[in-house]
Design a protein around this ligand. Structure first.
Ligand code: AMP
Length: 497
């Protein structure tokens, strides 16, 4: 069975069970979800779309749009979700690159798309989702596909160079979803609180697939709004979020152990969870957040344990079935405890980048290991810690500085709310460590940072400049956009600065 057949089987078996709990007391059961999937699948077939063709989708989160994803899987299309924030100009690249047979999304509303977008779409129909609403019902056939069949292309956020499309098969999705349901002990009475966007691996695959594969309900919120999430928490048993969800909820005075007594598991990922947030959450709710680590190309790589110690600052153990090694540039495993690049191989690892064979060869080794680009270390017990992205590594005066280590030290300062560390060109050191901090109240000075870090970090790791911001620039998944910080402070040490 391909992944959608597996899901469909579950939906049918559990037709009367709740699938989506929505704001305004609306509920979809699995029979409702199945019928909307079938409607949309028919419409896609009516439009003449064929297995293997791409459907490029840039839509708001809604039950119908979740059904659109599942309908695309059902008829064997390749689903290509896009961040709703992308402009028409950015969209042109994705149309050019993915060569879709259909675009569904905001830029197809009546006043747009522009003539230019039309001319660049190579005849691909551009429609908005509302066009799906008037379709007649009737179950279309589910494509019989093998597990190698492409299910989706996820474009990486691409902070440098062209955005790359990671190709994931039905087999990749199924393997990861099954491994997660088992690792997180998914139960028949679980209710997932889902406030993540559905254009990204976290909300679309990791969160949704656990609930769908087990036929359990999701509280399906259109976006993350801390006050609204707080209201829904008593109805859920599991919440998945990015670190910002947790920091924003912590800022609300109504968060306490009583409110989350139904919850059995808080899961966090997509960006590093600070020790401060982990501890503050435990103090407020009694729960130790389970941090896990994943990415578009591999879905989930590691997770802290369901049973056993969840340690802040670590991302846990490789998922069963996935091989993980810490390697040097030649792909050889480095000794236990040393820092190197995290490489993974296993059934959820993508097959390559769409139309980029050269990039694929550079990043997937001949032995099948994918070079994640994340730097980390593994302890004797197999527990993984991430120290930063390889491209964020700062080399100052010939010494390697791992931003995470400096950020952890800065986070411990009582004056600092959060911090990001970057490397900036320096005439003497090549690169210098620069700290960008969000202060609690008054601006944090370089002298204060010097004093606070003097006994904890070697001199070469200490920041040579400190900038204060009211907040760090983050993308939709809560990742700090260090490229923007590097651009903003690029001239800090140059003569004309
Ligand atoms: P994306 O493909 O957008 O999901 O981005 C994947 C990247 O997010 C990974 O390569 C990591 O750099 C980062 N990431 C995901 N989860 C974590 C985590 N728990 N801690 C630190 N970084 C993470």
């Amino acid at each position: 069975m391909n992944f959608y057949q597996q899901l469909e089987q579950k939906f049918r078996d559990n037709a009367q069970g709740s699938a989506l709990l929505l704001p305004g007391d609306e509920t979809w059961d699995y029979a409702d979800l199945l019928s909307v999937i079938d409607d949309i699948a028919l419409k896609l077939l009516d439009m003449g779309l064929q297995r293997g063709q791409r459907v490029l989708v840039q839509v708001e989160k809604s039950p119908e749009n979740l059904a659109l994803y599942l309908a695309a899987l059902k008829v064997g299309l390749v689903y290509v979700p896009l961040n709703t924030a992308y402009t028409e100009k950015e969209l042109e690249y994705f149309i050019e690159d993915s060569q879709p047979a259909l675009y569904v999304g905001a830029h197809a509303r009546t006043d747009v798309p522009s003539a230019q977008l039309r001319s660049r779409s190579h005849g691909c129909p551009l429609i908005s989702t509302t066009l799906f609403s008037s379709v007649e019902t009737g179950p279309p056939p589910t494509e019989v596909l093998d597990s190698e069949q492409l299910a989706a292309i996820l474009y990486t956020s691409g902070t440098t160079g062209r955005s790359k499309g990671a190709m994931l098969s039905h087999g990749n999705l199924a393997a990861n979803a099954e491994a997660l349901c088992s690792a997180w002990g998914w139960r028949e009475d679980d209710v997932l609180l889902h406030a993540l966007p559905i254009f990204h691996v976290h909300g679309l695959f990791i969160a949704s697939h656990c609930a769908l594969l087990m036929g359990t309900p999701m509280v399906f919120l259109p976006r993350f709004d801390a006050a609204e999430v707080l209201q829904w928490l008593p109805k859920a048993t599991v919440m998945m979020g990015v670190p910002t969800f947790y920091t924003r909820l912590l800022a609300l005075s109504d968060l306490d152990a009583q409110r989350v007594q139904q919850i059995r598991l808080f899961i966090c990922g997509s960006a590093p969870l600070t020790e401060q947030t982990f501890l503050a959450w435990e103090a407020a709710t009694g729960h130790r957040i389970l941090e896990r680590y994943g990415m578009s190309e591999t879905i989930i790589n590691t997770t802290n344990p369901l049973e056993g110690d969840r340690q802040p600052g670590t991302v846990g153990f490789a998922l069963p079935g996935l091989e993980l090694r810490i390697a040097n540039d030649a792909g050889e495993a480095v000794p236990v405890g040393e820092i190197g690049t995290i490489e993974v191989r296993g059934p959820s690892v993508f097959s390559g980048y769409w139309r980029m064979p050269e990039k694929t060869r550079q990043e997937i080794r001949e032995d099948g290991f994918f070079i994640t680009g994340d730097l980390g270390r593994v302890d004797e017990g197999g527990r993984v810690s991430i120290v930063g992205r390889a491209k964020d590594l700062v080399i100052s005066g010939g010494f390697n500085v791992y931003p995470k280590e400096v950020e952890v030290a800065l986070d411990k300062m009582p004056e600092v709310s959060e911090a990001a560390v970057i490397g900036v060109a320096h005439p003497d050191f090549g690169e210098a460590v620069v700290a960008v901090v969000v202060p609690h109240e008054q601006e944090v000075t370089l002298e204060q940072v010097d004093r606070a870090l003097a006994d904890t970090l070697a001199r070469f790791k200490q920041p040579k400049a400190v900038f204060n911001l009211s907040e760090l620039p983050r993308n939709a998944m809560g990742k700090v956009q260090k490229n923007l910080l590097r651009d903003a402070y690029a001239n800090t040490f140059s003569d004309d600065a």
